[in-house]
Ligand binder design. Structure first.
Ligand SMILES: Cc1ncc(COP(=O)(O)O)c(C=O)c1O
Length: 385
């Protein structure tokens, strides 16, 4: 048997990782500005994280959700403290798409309504409800035929109100910062309008913080820059630093009942230990503050380069060029041993490193990018002749 060939692969084979670096099978070291798709939050193979999951798996890795689980309770408490959502409830699952799936279900249970408003270019995952609110028809199979989503453009408050006024909307879902699209941030006033209009028309506000959450933008959640409090917040990726966990933070207004949601693997002892270790390290190593400082520095320096636009916050950055970034990214990888991410917009490189990225590593990236841009310009000049 061979792996199902659905991913275009990079020409390298990483076999070892530590902090912000990965090593390939030939011993080359790469600076990881991709974080395994925004997943590595506290750094690769972080010692406390490794110790926590090793210890937990040797003590009690798994029992079902039908018994009390003090590790899950401790993880939820810590998440409440660090995020500022102490009064919220947590439902744990295993992935981002599942978090979105359950958040939409909860909104529908709570309101009794069926429609969802989502934002164009957004990405929320590949299970059915998550795909339904994802603006990319190419990802849908013929079975995904039920369309209960109204897509509106980011910042279009009139369209938002028109759709909500029909009174059949269970939820409005929006990414804290749109990631896969190419790093597009909603304005403070747009997020505040979503909050106000959702209250007016009896819909719930879902913030998808799967990519932008867990300190990546320099605050625990990106929406906290807008001073709003969504009813439901989805998390995954950085939550487990590579251990597959996800969660929905649920407002106290939403009351649970037995059987409402369920899962076999969500919130296991092992998964909860991984999640708790991530939170402890985020706190003890001041990684959110680090994301803020190193991110601010990177953003201001990147703005001095010849790019069309630099977007983002903290260590969630998109740099848009006037040309497709394929060659530029290849040069960064081959000549400078730096991994970067792509976006749906082919002119954008995405920078999503572990939150422990140091100033020196940021500087190395800036110098490498400058020389890569110079090389790209030379090529351009040669190909014009
Ligand atoms: C904003 C956002 N939501 C949801 C998802 C889906 O997460 P997963 O791939 O864990 O299902 C992603 C994944 O990239 C994402 O970026």
């Amino acid at each position: 048997m061979i792996p199902f060939d659905v991913y275009p692969l990079q020409p390298i084979t990483p076999i070892k990782a530590q902090g912000c670096y990965v090593w390939d099978d030939k011993g080359n070291r790469y600076l990881d500005l991709y974080g395994g798709h925004a997943v590595i939050s506290i750094g690769h193979s972080q010692p406390e994280f490794v110790q926590a999951i090793t210890q937990q798996t040797g003590t009690m890795g798994f029992y079902s959700n039908s018994v009390q689980n003090p590790v899950q309770v401790a993880m939820a408490k810590k998440l409440g403290e660090l995020s500022g959502y102490e009064d919220y409830q947590l439902f744990m699952i295993n992935s981002g798409a599942e978090a979105v799936e359950n958040a939409i279900k909860l909104a529908s249970f709570q309101t009794g309504k069926q429609k969802v408003i989502s934002i164009t270019k957004g990405f929320h995952g590949r299970t059915s409800l998550a795909l339904g609110v994802t603006d990319n028809p190419k990802l849908s199979a013929p079975v995904n035929t039920v369309h209960n989503t109204v897509f509106i453009e980011m910042e279009d408050v009139d369209a938002l109100e028109t759709a909500l006024a029909k009174n059949d909307v269970a939820a409005v879902i929006i990414e804290g910062i749109q990631g896969i699209a190419g790093i597009y941030e909603p304005s403070v006033s747009f997020l505040q309008s979503i909050q106000t209009l959702c209250k007016t028309y009896g819909a719930l506000f879902i913030a998808d913080e799967i990519q932008s959450g867990y300190g990546r933008t320099g605050k625990f959640f990106a929406h906290q820059y807008a001073n709003v409090k969504p009813d439901l917040i989805t998390v995954a990726k950085g939550m487990g630093n590579g251990f597959p966990i996800g969660g929905v933070l649920i407002s106290p207004e939403i009351k649970p009942y037995y059987g409402m949601l369920g899962t076999t693997f969500g919130g296991t002892h092992l998964g909860s230990a991984a999640g708790l270790a991530v939170l402890n390290v985020l706190e003890s190593e001041n990684l959110i503050e680090n994301a803020n400082q190193v991110g601010d520095y990177l953003l201001s320096e990147l703005n001095k380069l010849e790019a069309v636009e630099v977007r983002g916050r903290g260590l969630m950055i998109g740099v848009e060029f006037s040309y497709p970034i394929k060659e530029l990214r290849k040069t960064l990888l081959e000549d400078h041993k730096i991994f970067t991410g792509v976006a749906s917009n082919p002119h954008v490189i995405r920078v999503l490193p572990p939150l422990s990225l140091s100033m020196e590593q940021a500087l190395y990236f800036l110098e490498s990018l400058k020389s890569t841009i110079k090389k790209a310009k030379k090529h351009e000049a040669v190909s014009i002749h």
